[in-house]
Design a binder for this molecule. Structure first.
Ligand code: HEC
Ligand code: HEC
Length: 336
Protein backbone atom coordinates (compact mmCIF):
# COMPACT_ATOMS: atom_id res chain seq x y z
CA UNK A 1 0.00 0.00 0.00
CA UNK A 2 2.71 2.43 1.00
CA UNK A 3 4.85 1.32 -1.88
CA UNK A 4 1.93 1.83 -4.21
CA UNK A 5 1.37 5.25 -2.73
CA UNK A 6 4.99 6.23 -3.25
CA UNK A 7 5.00 5.04 -6.84
CA UNK A 8 1.64 6.61 -7.66
CA UNK A 9 2.78 9.85 -6.17
CA UNK A 10 6.06 9.73 -8.03
CA UNK A 11 4.36 9.13 -11.35
CA UNK A 12 1.77 11.80 -10.81
CA UNK A 13 4.36 14.36 -9.86
CA UNK A 14 7.00 13.41 -12.37
CA UNK A 15 4.57 13.95 -15.24
CA UNK A 16 4.12 17.45 -13.94
CA UNK A 17 7.79 18.15 -13.51
CA UNK A 18 9.17 16.00 -16.34
CA UNK A 19 12.70 14.70 -16.03
CA UNK A 20 13.99 17.86 -14.40
CA UNK A 21 15.27 17.31 -10.92
CA UNK A 22 14.50 19.88 -8.29
CA UNK A 23 15.53 19.23 -4.72
CA UNK A 24 12.28 20.77 -3.59
CA UNK A 25 9.69 20.60 -6.31
CA UNK A 26 6.44 19.56 -4.72
CA UNK A 27 2.96 18.52 -5.59
CA UNK A 28 0.02 17.10 -3.74
CA UNK A 29 -1.78 13.80 -3.78
CA UNK A 30 -4.83 12.28 -2.18
CA UNK A 31 -4.68 8.95 -0.52
CA UNK A 32 -3.42 7.16 2.53
CA UNK A 33 -1.05 8.50 5.07
CA UNK A 34 2.15 7.55 6.78
CA UNK A 35 0.72 5.05 9.17
CA UNK A 36 -2.57 4.43 7.38
CA UNK A 37 -5.01 7.15 8.40
CA UNK A 38 -8.59 6.24 9.19
CA UNK A 39 -9.95 9.73 9.72
CA UNK A 40 -10.44 12.16 6.84
CA UNK A 41 -7.66 14.47 7.94
CA UNK A 42 -7.18 16.09 4.54
CA UNK A 43 -4.78 16.21 1.62
CA UNK A 44 -1.11 15.45 1.96
CA UNK A 45 1.58 17.46 0.23
CA UNK A 46 4.27 15.25 -1.21
CA UNK A 47 7.64 15.98 -2.66
CA UNK A 48 8.13 15.04 -6.28
CA UNK A 49 10.22 12.01 -5.43
CA UNK A 50 8.74 10.80 -2.21
CA UNK A 51 9.66 7.42 -0.82
CA UNK A 52 7.87 6.20 2.27
CA UNK A 53 8.33 2.81 3.92
CA UNK A 54 9.34 1.29 7.25
CA UNK A 55 13.04 1.65 6.47
CA UNK A 56 12.91 5.30 5.46
CA UNK A 57 10.92 5.99 8.65
CA UNK A 58 13.56 4.14 10.64
CA UNK A 59 16.42 6.16 9.13
CA UNK A 60 14.44 9.36 9.76
CA UNK A 61 13.90 8.34 13.37
CA UNK A 62 17.65 7.82 13.90
CA UNK A 63 18.38 11.24 12.41
CA UNK A 64 15.62 12.94 14.41
CA UNK A 65 17.15 11.81 17.71
CA UNK A 66 20.80 12.37 16.69
CA UNK A 67 22.55 15.34 18.33
CA UNK A 68 25.26 15.18 15.66
CA UNK A 69 22.76 17.03 13.48
CA UNK A 70 23.70 20.23 15.35
CA UNK A 71 27.03 21.99 14.78
CA UNK A 72 28.37 21.21 18.27
CA UNK A 73 26.64 17.85 18.79
CA UNK A 74 24.42 19.11 21.61
CA UNK A 75 20.95 19.49 20.08
CA UNK A 76 18.77 17.01 18.20
CA UNK A 77 15.39 17.67 16.59
CA UNK A 78 14.02 15.72 19.54
CA UNK A 79 15.57 18.20 22.01
CA UNK A 80 12.81 20.65 21.11
CA UNK A 81 10.24 18.09 19.95
CA UNK A 82 10.04 15.57 22.82
CA UNK A 83 7.81 12.54 22.18
CA UNK A 84 6.52 12.56 25.78
CA UNK A 85 5.20 16.11 25.26
CA UNK A 86 3.53 15.29 21.94
CA UNK A 87 6.74 16.47 20.23
CA UNK A 88 6.86 19.88 21.93
CA UNK A 89 9.29 20.95 24.69
CA UNK A 90 7.24 22.42 27.56
CA UNK A 91 9.08 25.74 27.28
CA UNK A 92 7.69 29.16 26.50
CA UNK A 93 10.12 29.48 23.62
CA UNK A 94 12.42 26.75 22.35
CA UNK A 95 16.13 26.73 23.25
CA UNK A 96 18.85 25.69 20.79
CA UNK A 97 22.66 25.39 20.75
CA UNK A 98 24.61 27.31 23.42
CA UNK A 99 21.31 27.81 25.24
CA UNK A 100 20.24 30.34 22.62
CA UNK A 101 16.61 31.37 22.83
CA UNK A 102 14.61 30.98 19.64
CA UNK A 103 11.78 33.21 18.53
CA UNK A 104 8.83 30.91 19.02
CA UNK A 105 7.11 28.13 20.94
CA UNK A 106 7.86 24.64 19.58
CA UNK A 107 4.70 23.19 17.95
CA UNK A 108 3.59 19.54 18.03
CA UNK A 109 4.68 17.35 15.12
CA UNK A 110 1.83 14.87 15.49
CA UNK A 111 -0.27 14.79 12.28
CA UNK A 112 2.15 17.32 10.79
CA UNK A 113 1.97 15.75 7.33
CA UNK A 114 -1.54 17.13 6.82
CA UNK A 115 -0.43 20.72 7.03
CA UNK A 116 -0.65 22.67 3.78
CA UNK A 117 2.14 24.99 4.99
CA UNK A 118 4.61 25.00 7.86
CA UNK A 119 5.74 27.37 10.63
CA UNK A 120 3.51 29.77 12.53
CA UNK A 121 3.56 32.13 9.55
CA UNK A 122 3.08 29.36 6.96
CA UNK A 123 6.29 30.49 5.22
CA UNK A 124 7.56 27.00 4.32
CA UNK A 125 5.59 24.98 1.73
CA UNK A 126 6.79 21.40 2.36
CA UNK A 127 7.70 19.24 5.31
CA UNK A 128 10.94 18.17 3.62
CA UNK A 129 12.05 21.75 3.05
CA UNK A 130 11.17 22.71 6.62
CA UNK A 131 13.99 20.58 8.11
CA UNK A 132 16.61 22.89 6.62
CA UNK A 133 15.38 25.80 8.73
CA UNK A 134 16.33 24.47 12.21
CA UNK A 135 19.44 22.76 10.79
CA UNK A 136 20.76 26.13 9.56
CA UNK A 137 19.32 28.56 12.11
CA UNK A 138 22.15 29.93 14.25
CA UNK A 139 19.99 29.76 17.39
CA UNK A 140 18.74 26.23 16.75
CA UNK A 141 21.31 23.78 15.27
CA UNK A 142 23.74 26.24 13.65
CA UNK A 143 24.96 24.29 10.60
CA UNK A 144 26.37 24.96 7.21
CA UNK A 145 24.45 22.26 5.27
CA UNK A 146 27.43 21.20 3.13
CA UNK A 147 29.61 20.74 6.19
CA UNK A 148 26.83 18.84 7.94
CA UNK A 149 26.49 16.47 4.97
CA UNK A 150 30.26 15.84 4.99
CA UNK A 151 30.06 15.05 8.70
CA UNK A 152 27.09 12.67 8.38
CA UNK A 153 28.65 10.88 5.38
CA UNK A 154 31.33 9.72 7.78
CA UNK A 155 28.72 7.87 9.82
CA UNK A 156 28.90 4.43 8.11
CA UNK A 157 25.32 3.51 9.00
CA UNK A 158 23.90 6.65 7.37
CA UNK A 159 26.00 6.22 4.27
CA UNK A 160 24.95 2.55 3.94
CA UNK A 161 21.26 3.28 4.46
CA UNK A 162 21.36 6.15 1.97
CA UNK A 163 22.76 3.78 -0.65
CA UNK A 164 20.43 0.89 0.05
CA UNK A 165 17.23 2.97 0.41
CA UNK A 166 17.76 5.89 -1.94
CA UNK A 167 20.51 4.53 -4.22
CA UNK A 168 22.72 7.56 -3.63
CA UNK A 169 25.36 8.93 -1.27
CA UNK A 170 24.09 10.45 1.95
CA UNK A 171 23.17 14.02 0.96
CA UNK A 172 20.64 16.79 1.67
CA UNK A 173 18.06 14.90 -0.36
CA UNK A 174 18.36 11.79 1.82
CA UNK A 175 18.52 13.83 5.02
CA UNK A 176 15.37 15.82 4.32
CA UNK A 177 13.41 12.92 2.81
CA UNK A 178 14.21 10.53 5.67
CA UNK A 179 13.35 13.13 8.32
CA UNK A 180 10.16 13.76 6.36
CA UNK A 181 9.32 10.04 6.32
CA UNK A 182 9.69 9.78 10.08
CA UNK A 183 7.52 12.83 10.68
CA UNK A 184 4.90 11.52 8.25
CA UNK A 185 4.61 8.42 10.44
CA UNK A 186 3.50 10.51 13.43
CA UNK A 187 -0.22 10.08 12.96
CA UNK A 188 -2.26 10.57 16.10
CA UNK A 189 -5.94 9.74 15.88
CA UNK A 190 -6.72 7.34 18.66
CA UNK A 191 -7.66 9.64 21.53
CA UNK A 192 -10.66 8.90 23.78
CA UNK A 193 -12.44 11.63 21.78
CA UNK A 194 -11.82 9.65 18.57
CA UNK A 195 -13.01 6.42 20.13
CA UNK A 196 -16.25 8.14 21.10
CA UNK A 197 -16.86 10.52 18.22
CA UNK A 198 -15.57 8.48 15.27
CA UNK A 199 -15.85 4.93 16.58
CA UNK A 200 -19.14 5.27 18.48
CA UNK A 201 -17.79 3.98 21.80
CA UNK A 202 -20.13 5.78 24.18
CA UNK A 203 -18.07 4.68 27.19
CA UNK A 204 -14.76 6.06 25.92
CA UNK A 205 -15.42 9.50 27.42
CA UNK A 206 -17.47 11.01 30.26
CA UNK A 207 -20.67 13.04 29.93
CA UNK A 208 -18.59 16.09 30.80
CA UNK A 209 -16.36 15.55 27.73
CA UNK A 210 -19.42 15.20 25.49
CA UNK A 211 -20.88 18.39 26.88
CA UNK A 212 -17.49 20.13 26.56
CA UNK A 213 -17.44 19.28 22.86
CA UNK A 214 -20.99 20.67 22.46
CA UNK A 215 -19.88 23.92 24.11
CA UNK A 216 -16.77 24.07 21.91
CA UNK A 217 -18.61 23.43 18.65
CA UNK A 218 -22.19 24.67 19.18
CA UNK A 219 -22.44 27.13 22.04
CA UNK A 220 -19.15 28.89 21.22
CA UNK A 221 -17.47 29.66 17.91
CA UNK A 222 -14.25 27.66 18.43
CA UNK A 223 -14.95 25.00 15.77
CA UNK A 224 -15.11 27.57 12.97
CA UNK A 225 -11.31 27.81 13.23
CA UNK A 226 -10.58 24.55 15.06
CA UNK A 227 -12.90 21.96 13.39
CA UNK A 228 -12.59 18.17 13.86
CA UNK A 229 -10.88 15.96 12.87
CA UNK A 230 -7.65 18.05 12.74
CA UNK A 231 -9.03 20.83 14.95
CA UNK A 232 -7.60 23.49 12.64
CA UNK A 233 -8.38 24.98 9.24
CA UNK A 234 -4.64 25.91 8.95
CA UNK A 235 -5.68 29.49 8.07
CA UNK A 236 -3.28 32.22 9.06
CA UNK A 237 -5.08 34.95 10.96
CA UNK A 238 -5.16 36.84 14.23
CA UNK A 239 -6.97 35.40 17.23
CA UNK A 240 -6.44 38.83 18.75
CA UNK A 241 -3.39 37.97 20.80
CA UNK A 242 -1.43 41.18 21.18
CA UNK A 243 2.03 39.72 21.26
CA UNK A 244 4.57 41.24 23.59
CA UNK A 245 7.34 39.45 21.71
CA UNK A 246 7.55 41.82 18.71
CA UNK A 247 6.85 38.85 16.46
CA UNK A 248 4.76 40.22 13.65
CA UNK A 249 3.75 36.84 12.22
CA UNK A 250 2.62 36.76 8.59
CA UNK A 251 3.71 40.39 8.16
CA UNK A 252 7.33 39.19 8.26
CA UNK A 253 6.64 37.37 5.00
CA UNK A 254 4.27 39.72 3.16
CA UNK A 255 5.17 43.16 4.56
CA UNK A 256 1.46 44.04 4.56
CA UNK A 257 0.07 45.91 7.58
CA UNK A 258 -3.10 43.80 7.48
CA UNK A 259 -0.95 40.73 8.22
CA UNK A 260 0.62 41.96 11.46
CA UNK A 261 -0.08 39.53 14.30
CA UNK A 262 -1.41 36.72 12.07
CA UNK A 263 -0.37 33.16 12.88
CA UNK A 264 -1.34 29.71 11.65
CA UNK A 265 -4.23 28.19 13.60
CA UNK A 266 -2.72 25.33 15.61
CA UNK A 267 -4.25 21.87 15.93
CA UNK A 268 -5.82 21.17 19.30
CA UNK A 269 -5.05 17.45 19.20
CA UNK A 270 -2.97 16.49 22.28
CA UNK A 271 -3.42 20.06 23.50
CA UNK A 272 -3.23 19.03 27.18
CA UNK A 273 0.41 18.00 26.57
CA UNK A 274 1.63 20.91 24.47
CA UNK A 275 1.58 23.95 26.77
CA UNK A 276 2.48 26.73 27.18
CA UNK A 277 0.30 28.06 24.38
CA UNK A 278 0.31 30.44 21.39
CA UNK A 279 3.26 31.24 19.07
CA UNK A 280 5.12 32.93 21.93
CA UNK A 281 4.14 30.54 24.72
CA UNK A 282 2.56 33.50 26.50
CA UNK A 283 -0.46 31.60 27.83
CA UNK A 284 0.39 29.13 30.58
CA UNK A 285 -2.65 26.90 30.87
CA UNK A 286 -5.79 25.84 29.04
CA UNK A 287 -7.88 27.51 31.72
CA UNK A 288 -6.09 30.77 30.85
CA UNK A 289 -6.75 30.15 27.15
CA UNK A 290 -10.49 29.92 27.90
CA UNK A 291 -10.33 33.17 29.92
CA UNK A 292 -8.48 34.79 27.04
CA UNK A 293 -11.25 34.00 24.54
CA UNK A 294 -14.00 34.68 27.12
CA UNK A 295 -12.83 38.27 27.46
CA UNK A 296 -13.03 38.59 23.66
CA UNK A 297 -9.29 38.50 22.93
CA UNK A 298 -6.73 41.27 23.39
CA UNK A 299 -8.32 43.42 20.69
CA UNK A 300 -5.36 43.38 18.29
CA UNK A 301 -6.18 45.68 15.31
CA UNK A 302 -6.26 42.64 12.99
CA UNK A 303 -8.28 40.44 15.36
CA UNK A 304 -10.68 38.11 13.51
CA UNK A 305 -14.30 39.23 13.97
CA UNK A 306 -15.43 35.81 15.14
CA UNK A 307 -13.58 36.28 18.43
CA UNK A 308 -16.08 37.87 20.80
CA UNK A 309 -16.54 37.73 24.58
CA UNK A 310 -18.74 35.10 26.26
CA UNK A 311 -19.76 33.82 29.69
CA UNK A 312 -19.39 30.24 30.84
CA UNK A 313 -20.31 28.76 34.23
CA UNK A 314 -17.60 27.01 36.27
CA UNK A 315 -19.24 23.72 35.29
CA UNK A 316 -19.03 24.57 31.59
CA UNK A 317 -15.37 25.57 31.91
CA UNK A 318 -14.67 22.21 33.55
CA UNK A 319 -16.49 20.41 30.71
CA UNK A 320 -14.45 22.30 28.12
CA UNK A 321 -11.21 21.40 29.93
CA UNK A 322 -12.30 17.75 30.10
CA UNK A 323 -12.96 17.84 26.36
CA UNK A 324 -9.41 19.19 25.78
CA UNK A 325 -8.03 16.33 27.91
CA UNK A 326 -9.97 13.82 25.81
CA UNK A 327 -7.91 14.85 22.76
CA UNK A 328 -4.80 13.22 24.24
CA UNK A 329 -3.67 10.14 22.34
CA UNK A 330 -0.85 8.38 24.15
CA UNK A 331 -0.34 5.58 21.63
CA UNK A 332 2.58 7.24 19.80
CA UNK A 333 3.87 9.27 22.68
CA UNK A 334 4.86 6.38 24.92
CA UNK A 335 6.50 4.25 22.26
CA UNK A 336 9.85 6.09 22.07
C1 HEC B 1 15.92 24.71 19.07
C2 HEC B 1 14.66 24.01 19.06
C3 HEC B 1 14.25 23.30 17.80
C4 HEC B 1 14.97 22.34 17.12
C5 HEC B 1 16.37 21.84 17.40
C6 HEC B 1 14.11 21.89 16.06
N1 HEC B 1 12.91 22.54 16.09
FE1 HEC B 1 11.34 22.22 14.88
N2 HEC B 1 10.46 23.88 15.59
C7 HEC B 1 10.91 24.64 16.64
C8 HEC B 1 10.14 25.87 16.72
C9 HEC B 1 10.32 26.99 17.74
C10 HEC B 1 9.23 25.84 15.65
C11 HEC B 1 8.24 26.94 15.23
C12 HEC B 1 9.02 27.81 14.24
C13 HEC B 1 8.24 28.91 13.57
O1 HEC B 1 7.02 28.85 13.47
O2 HEC B 1 8.89 29.85 13.10
C14 HEC B 1 9.45 24.56 14.98
C15 HEC B 1 8.71 24.12 13.88
C16 HEC B 1 8.88 22.89 13.28
C17 HEC B 1 8.02 22.36 12.25
C18 HEC B 1 6.79 23.04 11.67
C19 HEC B 1 5.55 22.57 12.39
C20 HEC B 1 4.34 23.39 12.07
O3 HEC B 1 3.33 23.18 12.74
O4 HEC B 1 4.37 24.24 11.18
C21 HEC B 1 8.51 21.13 11.90
C22 HEC B 1 7.94 20.18 10.87
C23 HEC B 1 9.70 20.92 12.69
N3 HEC B 1 9.88 21.99 13.53
C24 HEC B 1 10.53 19.82 12.58
C25 HEC B 1 11.84 19.82 13.08
C26 HEC B 1 12.89 18.92 12.63
C27 HEC B 1 12.75 17.84 11.59
C28 HEC B 1 14.02 19.26 13.33
C29 HEC B 1 15.41 18.70 13.20
C30 HEC B 1 16.02 18.79 11.89
C31 HEC B 1 13.64 20.35 14.22
N4 HEC B 1 12.32 20.67 14.03
C32 HEC B 1 14.50 20.93 15.12
C33 HEC B 1 11.96 24.30 17.48
C34 HEC B 1 12.96 23.42 17.13
C1 HEC C 1 -10.81 33.11 14.14
C2 HEC C 1 -10.12 31.86 14.36
C3 HEC C 1 -10.10 31.30 15.77
C4 HEC C 1 -11.16 31.04 16.59
C5 HEC C 1 -12.62 31.33 16.33
C6 HEC C 1 -10.62 30.39 17.77
N1 HEC C 1 -9.26 30.26 17.65
FE1 HEC C 1 -8.05 29.32 18.97
N2 HEC C 1 -6.43 29.92 17.88
C7 HEC C 1 -6.47 30.64 16.70
C8 HEC C 1 -5.12 31.05 16.34
C9 HEC C 1 -4.70 31.84 15.12
C10 HEC C 1 -4.28 30.56 17.36
C11 HEC C 1 -2.75 30.73 17.44
C12 HEC C 1 -2.41 32.12 17.95
C13 HEC C 1 -0.94 32.32 18.23
O1 HEC C 1 -0.13 31.44 17.95
O2 HEC C 1 -0.58 33.38 18.76
C14 HEC C 1 -5.14 29.85 18.29
C15 HEC C 1 -4.68 29.19 19.43
C16 HEC C 1 -5.48 28.44 20.29
C17 HEC C 1 -4.98 27.59 21.34
C18 HEC C 1 -3.52 27.36 21.65
C19 HEC C 1 -2.95 26.29 20.75
C20 HEC C 1 -1.46 26.09 20.89
O3 HEC C 1 -1.00 24.99 20.53
O4 HEC C 1 -0.75 27.00 21.34
C21 HEC C 1 -6.07 27.04 21.95
C22 HEC C 1 -6.05 26.05 23.09
C23 HEC C 1 -7.25 27.55 21.31
N3 HEC C 1 -6.84 28.41 20.28
C24 HEC C 1 -8.54 27.26 21.66
C25 HEC C 1 -9.65 27.93 21.15
C26 HEC C 1 -10.95 27.91 21.75
C27 HEC C 1 -11.32 27.17 23.01
C28 HEC C 1 -11.75 28.70 20.98
C29 HEC C 1 -13.18 29.07 21.20
C30 HEC C 1 -13.46 29.81 22.41
C31 HEC C 1 -10.92 29.19 19.88
N4 HEC C 1 -9.66 28.73 20.03
C32 HEC C 1 -11.39 29.99 18.85
C33 HEC C 1 -7.60 30.93 15.97
C34 HEC C 1 -8.90 30.82 16.46
Amino acid sequence: MNQFRAIASYLKCSTIFGAAFFLFSSCSADGGTGSGSILPMGQISYDSIHLYNAETVNLGRKLFFDKRLSVNNTVACASCHLPALAFTDGRKKAVGINNNATMRNAPTLLNVEYQPHFMFDGAVPTLEMQALVPLKDTNEMGNDIQQLIEKLRHVPEYQQLAKSLYAREFDAFVLTRALGSFQRSLISQNSPFDQWFYHADEHAVSGSVKNGYRIFSDKLYCASCHPAPTFTTYDILSNGRDSLSNDEGLYRITGLTKDIGKFKIPTLRNIALTGPYMHDGSVQSLREVIHYYAKGGDGHPNQDQRIISFDLSDEEIKDLLDFFESLTDTSLITSY
